[in-house]
Design a protein around this ligand. Structure first.
Ligand SMILES: NC(=O)c1ccc[n+]([C@@H]2O[C@H](COP(=O)([O-])OP(=O)(O)OC[C@H]3O[C@@H](n4cnc5c(N)ncnc54)[C@H](OP(=O)(O)O)[C@@H]3O)[C@@H](O)[C@H]2O)c1
Length: 398
């Protein structure tokens, strides 16, 4: 029998000493105080600091994900593992998922890389055979945005609004969103990848950080420029939801970071930006500057999902939070709780698959994940979410 459910379940968070993992630990403790949290990482000092914040129900687990024996020993002792020890880009093996399957431990990861996510999916049959429920790409974007898209499509089909023709994911994060250095590495590594999008059922490849659109993110954010990036929710939404045209775009603030991203894409050959070692050095150079500007830019995050129909109508979902670092933890914790509550069938699933998050569990997931948002709307006509916001400078909107 796999180990699952109950309020007093034990949860190991790999990358727990990082920004995303730490935020997840805090959110899980708030949402479900009886859970036992194991903060997994290599740095005892950072781990001890977080454990002190979390209180009695938590402990530090010194674990390197490259040490399989130690990892399996910890997995044998928990009900669920959350893998937030990125970056997932250019990582050849899904070691943590494989270990979760062999120890019959439920699994959630915050992967934001297409190749890694589909490599995880290729372990589906093994997970079914071991009776292990697993969800990949279960963060905020991808993650909550996939569930928003699935719900827009389901609502449209139920209400016979029209046949879904185009799905567009648009994301905005100010600065680094208050996330750790890994997110900067992730952004640079993504700039080295051709962007996959689908147009009328055909897969196309495009240059990263091109195809700019000016998107209205509504209340608290206003209109922002966003650019194409290679994100896993494009392929999973295309395959699972059956919408023929799908793309994902991302933009940041201050505006000059967007220019910087575009310049990096043109300046460095793709092979350079795909090299983890070189990107780590690049992060070392840029990180202090990004952190300094973060202080001014803030760390707001917004996701807008647009679904257009063949009859010309469209519907929109928006999710906006003042702090990405807080919101991402709440999102991951919501997925973790759904798995512990038995909403996930054995197998490896994307968030939009009904076997991953059961349709009847989606509302609770979105309700939990949207805690603390300043704007969360679903199934609205575009004119209902527009702001006519006026910029006052420094990215402040009224
Ligand atoms: N899907 C989403 O919505 C979403 C959103 C934001 C971020 N992410 C992803 O989340 C990941 C984490 O981002 P972050 O901002 O939290 O980064 P971070 O602050 O740099 O944290 C990364 C953590 O991973 C740990 N780690 C790295 N290699 C390890 C290993 N071999 N064994 C054990 N622990 C290891 C690090 O521990 P040490 O302290 O020991 O180095 C650190 O605690 C990134 O991959 C990012 O792309 C996803």
């Amino acid at each position: 029998m796999p180990k699952r459910s109950s309020n007093s379940s034990r949860v190991l968070i790999l990358g727990g000493t990082g920004r995303v993992g730490g935020s997840t630990a805090l959110a899980l403790t708030n949402l479900s105080p009886d859970l036992r949290i194991l903060v997994g990482g290599r740095n005892r000092e950072k781990g001890a600091a977080l454990v002190a914040k979390l209180g009695e129900g938590s402990e530090f687990a010194e674990v390197d994900i490259d040490n399989l024996k130690a990892l399996e020993a910890y997995l044998n002792d928990v009900d669920l593992v959350i893998h937030a020890a990125g970056p997932f880009q250019r990582t050849e093996k899904c070691k943590v998922l494989e270990a979760a399957i062999s120890t019959k431990t439920s699994y959630v990861d915050v992967c934001d890389d297409t190749s890694y996510a589909w490599r995880a999916k290729s372990l589906h049959k093994k997970a079914v055979a071991a009776d292990v429920p697993a969800i990949t790409t279960a963060g905020i974007y991808p993650g909550v945005s996939n569930v928003m898209a699935a719900e827009l499509v389901r609502h449209a089909r139920n209400q016979k609004l029209g046949e879904p023709e185009r799905l567009r994911f648009s994301y905005f994060t100010a600065g680094s969103g208050g996330a750790g250095p890994t997110i900067l590495a992730t952004s640079f590594l993504l700039l080295g990848e051709e962007v996959v999008a689908y147009v009328k059922g055909e897969k196309i490849k495009l240059k990263p950080y091109t195809g700019m659109l000016n998107i209205d993110f509504g209340k608290g954010i206003g209109k922002r420029d966003v650019y194409l990036l290679n994100l896993p929710e494009v392929r999973s939404a295309y395959e699972v939801l059956g919408v023929p045209t799908v793309s994902a775009r991302f933009g940041t603030a201050p505006f000059f970071w967007n220019w910087g991203m575009a310049v990096l894409t043109s300046l460095f050959p793709a092979e350079f930006l795909r090299d983890k070692k070189k990107v780590r050095q690049l992060v070392g150079v840029f990180d202090p500057l990004v952190r300094a500007v973060d202080g001014i830019a803030g760390e707001r995050v917004s996701m807008r999902v647009d679904l257009e129909f063949s009859n010309g109508r469209s519907t929109v979902g928006i999710f906006t939070h003042k702090r990405l670092s807080e919101s991402v933890g709440i999102a991951i914790a919501s997925f973790a709780l759904a798995v512990l509550e038995g909403s996930t069938e054995p197998g490896v699933w994307f968030p939009e698959e009904p076997q991953g998050i059961a349709i009847e569990a989606r509302e609770l997931l979105l309700e939990r994940a949207s805690q603390g948002t300043i704007n969360f709307v679903m199934n609205k006509a575009p004119w209902m979410v527009e702001t006519n916001a006026k910029e006052l400078g420094l990215g402040i909107y009224v």
